[in-house]
Design a protein around this ligand. Sequence first.
Ligand SMILES: [Zn+2]
Length: 71
Amino acid sequence: MTRQRRPRPRMKYLQCQRCNRMAIIHRRPGRDRRKGHYKHLWCPTCEKRTKHKEIGEEFDVAAQSMEQGMA
Ligand SMILES: [Zn+2]
């Protein structure tokens, strides 16, 4: 049984803890961080590096339906 995994980058959503602006970053698979992790990013609204909270990533719908089909 062969399972193909496409190494496409995932999008993660982070929120500025100062102005609540949403930021999207791309992270390569394999180095996942848990939800709720804090990261310092440049915020264009605050015009400085601020604390951002990770609030999640895009759903991997394809992988989910694949697992259901195999069950
Ligand atoms: Zn901000």
